[in-house]
Design a protein around this ligand. Structure first.
Ligand SMILES: CC(C)(COP(=O)(O)OP(=O)(O)OC[C@H]1O[C@@H](n2cnc3c(N)ncnc32)[C@H](O)[C@@H]1OP(=O)(O)O)[C@@H](O)C(=O)NCCC(=O)NCCS
Length: 179
């Protein structure tokens, strides 16, 4: 049985209070607005291409993420989404691919790290023991995020993309997914 995560408030080093909670279907409009406000570079690094708008179907898909195989967290300030962290189970079933995006004005304030730690805990509750992240080779902030947060990252190059993989401890009482 997965624990239902409520909003967890965290204070960034600059004093900003941020709520971290699972994404929900009611977040569609806020997620679209968040995406529209991202810089070209931030979108490019997240989606590996030009992706200025989220289609409604895509936003619905992103906001319906609380299942045992897919999960996402949003960081919220004054009801506005300022960051998203998501995981999706891949093969083997104890591995999850993760992705992060933080609003430009909130970057370099420690929010990515907070999201990574919360996402790892949520992944662990879902029986995940390894996170993988695919990263553009020039994306230094993301290349440093997981190692700086304390994860023991191994690196490989897959078709010109950097793949980081790191183990996470499994939480006791977690039921593993059916293979
Ligand atoms: C990658 C990304 C999610 C990181 O988010 P972030 O909130 O900026 O991450 P953090 O603030 O935790 O860490 C980033 C930097 O801020 C620094 N930092 C952390 N806490 C800080 C603080 N309190 N004050 C100042 N700097 C801080 C970190 O040392 C790190 O420094 P570096 O960039 O020189 O390595 C963000 O840059 C982003 O959205 N990028 C575009 C999308 C993307 O690349 N996604 C990855 C695809 S998987």
């Amino acid at each position: 049985m997965l624990e239902v995560m409520e909003v967890e408030n965290t204070v960034l080093a600059d004093g900003t209070m941020v709520g971290i909670r699972p994404i929900k279907p009611e977040d569609i409009a806020a997620l679209v607005e968040f995406h529209e406000g991202l810089s070209f570079g931030t979108v490019y690094r997240r989606f590996f291409g030009i992706h200025p708008h989220l289609a409604m179907q895509e936003a619905e898909h992103f906001c319906a993420a609380d299942t045992v195989d897919r999960f996402a967290l949003v960081a919220v300030v004054d009801d506005a989404v300022v960051g998203v962290a998501r995981m999706e189970r891949v093969l083997p079933a104890t591995t999850a691919e993760v992705a992060f995006v933080v609003a430009d004005r909130f970057q370099h304030r420690g929010l990515g790290r907070v999201l990574a730690l919360h996402l790892a805990a949520a992944a662990s509750e879902r029986g995940i023991t390894e996170l993988v992240a695919d990263i553009l080779p020039d994306n230094l902030p993301m290349l440093r995020l997981l190692p700086d947060a304390g994860f023991a990252v191994t690196v490989s190059l897959v078709g010109g993309i950097v793949r980081q993989a790191c183990p996470i401890p499994i939480q006791s009482g977690t039921s593993l997914p059916a293979q």
